[in-house]
Design a protein. Structure first.
Length: 81
């Protein structure tokens, strides 16, 4: 048997709604910024859905810091409640 199964990242999931994205390049920039943040395991941003799903370690980073990281790029952000 081949070990080609894709593992699912484990951690806390946050869904952030982004206002101000203009293209898919915007979503890639958001992903890169979040993934450079210590404690972030993965970030997936959808330009079409205007949202980002972030898997993170809450011992290393808070949802508030994730929102601030995106806001520094010039976007408005709202967390899913």
């Amino acid at each position: 048997m081949w070990p080609f199964s894709k593992s699912t990242p484990t951690g806390t999931k946050a869904t952030l709604y982004i206002v101000g994205m203009h293209c898919t390049s915007c979503s890639l920039t958001i992903d890169a910024t979040l993934e450079e943040t210590p404690g972030v395991i993965s970030a997936t941003t959808s330009y079409a859905k205007a949202k980002t799903e972030v898997i993170f370690d809450p011992k290393q980073v808070t949802q508030r810091k994730l929102i601030q990281a995106v806001k520094t790029l010039g976007y408005d952000v709202k967390a899913e409640e």
